[in-house]
Design a protein around this ligand. Structure first.
Ligand SMILES: Cc1cc2nc3c(=O)[nH]c(=O)nc-3n(C[C@H](O)[C@H](O)[C@H](O)COP(=O)(O)O)c2cc1C
Length: 361
C-alpha cells in the first residue's frame, strides 16, 4: 500500500470513525499534579498533539485507584476531582479533530508504596510478605476500572484503552507465572483472562452505545505465554468485545525467538487471526512514513506512534506533507526537545529512557 492509504478513514464498531490510520501511543510523561490532576503541562502537551493530525489520541496511563500508582506525577482518573483537568484534555483533542481515549491503568503488584501505592499481587508468592488480593478485592479493582471509564465518558472522551500490557494488573492476571490463584480469576486461561473480560463487559454496559474500548496487549516477559495469549486474543476478536487491539511491541518487526512460533513475525501471529470488525494496530519503532505504510501491508489497520511523536508532535502532518519523512536520529539534545514544545518535566522523564536525550545536554 502507499502512503496515501495511511490517510484513509477507518470505521470502528462503536462511535465515530478514525479519520486516518495514526494513533498516538500512550506516553507517560510524569507531569501531572501530585494528586493525579492534569496540570497545565499535560494540557499544553495534549493541545500540541491535538493539532498533530492524529486520528485517535490516547492519554498517558491513568490510575483507576489511588493505590494502583506506578509513577510520580502520574495522571489520575480515580476521583471526580480529576474531572476538570480531564475535561480540558478531551475538549482540546476534540477541537483538533481527533478521537480520544484515556488509558486505564492499575499497577498491580508493582504499585509503589512511596507514592501512596499498595502492592496488589495476584499471588501470595510474588512479593515477600504480601498476600494475594482476595476475590472481593479483585472485584473492587474491576469496578474501579469501570467507574474510571464512566468518568472518562463524563469528561468527554470518546473511549478508553485498557492497559493490558507490561505486567501491570490485567497482564499480571493473564500470566501463569504471576497468577497462581485458585478462585475464578486463576488457574485455566479462561479464569486468568476473566478480569480483563469482566472489565470490558462492565464498561460496555456502563457506558453509552458509542463509547469505544481499546485493549493494549504485550506479549513478552512477566511469564506470559505466547500461545495462550494468541488464544485469548482470538476469542476477544471473535466475540468483538473491543473496538481496537493495540499490540505493544517494542519493535514492530520483531521475530519470535522461541517456542512453537520461533522464527515467525510476532505481529503476523496476531494480524493473522480472524478479527471480524475489530481493528488491529501495533506500536514499535515506527519512525518513518515508509515504515508506517509498510505495516498496513503487514496486516495492520492502523499504527501507533510513540517516540517519533515525542520527537515531532505532528508526525502524521509531516508524513502527509512528505512521503519520505523520517524521524530525527536518536539521541537528541534537551534543547531540541524544548524547541519541539516539551516541558522540563517531560524532558526529565525522557532522560530516563535509554539513548533518547544526549547525556549532558
Ligand atoms: C516516554 C514513554 C512513555 C510511555 N508510557 C506508556 C504508557 O503510559 N502506557 C503504555 O502502555 N505504554 C507506554 N509507553 C510505550 C509506548 O506507548 C510504545 O508502545 C513504545 O514506546 C513503542 O513505540 P515507539 O517505538 O514508537 O516508541 C511509553 C513509551 C515511552 C517512550
Amino acid at each position: 500500500m502507499s502512503i496515501s492509504d495511511l490517510f484513509k478513514p477507518l470505521t470502528l464498531l462503536h462511535g465515530p470513525a478514525m479519520r486516518n490510520r495514526f494513533m498516538l501511543a500512550p506516553l507517560t510523561n510524569q507531569q501531572s499534579e501530585l494528586d493525579g490532576s492534569a496540570s497545565e503541562f499535560d494540557q499544553d502537551w495534549i493541545e500540541q498533539v491535538a493539532d498533530g493530525g492524529y486520528a485517535l489520541i490516547q492519554t498517558s496511563a491513568a490510575t483507576v485507584e489511588a493505590s494502583g500508582i506506578a509513577f510520580r506525577r502520574q495522571l489520575g482518573i480515580h476521583s471526580d476531582a480529576h474531572l476538570p483537568g480531564l475535561t480540558g484534555m478531551a475538549t482540546a483533542i476534540r477541537a483538533g479533530g481527533a478521537l480520544s481515549a484515556v488509558q486505564l491503568h492499575h499497577a498491580g503488584h508493582r504499585a509503589r508504596p512511596e507514592l501512596g501505592g499498595i502492592p496488589a499481587p495476584a499471588s501470595s508468592t510474588t512479593l515477600p510478605g504480601v498476600r494475594a488480593l482476595t476475590t472481593e478485592e479483585v472485584e473492587r479493582i474491576r469496578d474501579s476500572f469501570i467507574l474510571a471509564a464512566k468518568r472518562a465518558e463524563q469528561a468527554g472522551f470518546d473511549g478508553v484503552a485498557l492497559h493490558g500490557a507490561f505486567g501491570w494488573i490485567l497482564s499480571e492476571f493473564m500470566s501463569p507465572l504471576l497468577n497462581d490463584r485458585t478462585d475464578k480469576y486463576g488457574g485455566s486461561i479462561e479464569n486468568r483472562i476473566r478480569l480483563t473480560i469482566e472489565v470490558i463487559e462492565g464498561i460496555r454496559q456502563a457506558c453509552g452505545p458509542h463509547f469505544q474500548i481499546g485493549w493494549r496487549l504485550s506479549v513478552e516477559r512477566y511469564g506470559l505465554n505466547l500461545e495462550q495469549l494468541r488464544e485469548i486474543t482470538a476469542e476477544i476478536l471473535d466475540r468483538e468485545l473491543i473496538d481496537y487491539l493495540d499490540l505493544a511491541l517494542w519493535d514492530s518487526a520483531q521475530v519470535v525467538q522461541e517456542g512453537a512460533f520461533k522464527g515467525k513475525s510476532m505481529l503476523g501471529l496476531f494480524t493473522g487471526l480472524p478479527r471480524k470488525g475489530v481493528r488491529v494496530g501495533t506500536a514499535g519503532k515506527i519512525m518513518s512514513a515508509a515504515r508506517a505504510a509498510q505495516l498496513l501491508d503487514e496486516g495492520c489497520d492502523f499504527v501507533l506512534i510513540g517516540r517519533a511523536g515525542i520527537l515531532q508532535r505532528d508526525f502524521p502532518v509531516q508524513v502527509n506533507q512528505n512521503p519520505y519523512y523520517e524521524s530525527p536520529t536518536l539521541p537528541v539534545t534537551a534543547e531540541y526537545l524544548r524547541t519541539r514544545g516539551l516541558s522540563e518535566r517531560f524532558i526529565n522523564h525522557m532522560r530516563g529512557w535509554p539513548s533518547f536525550v544526549s547525556p549532558g545536554s
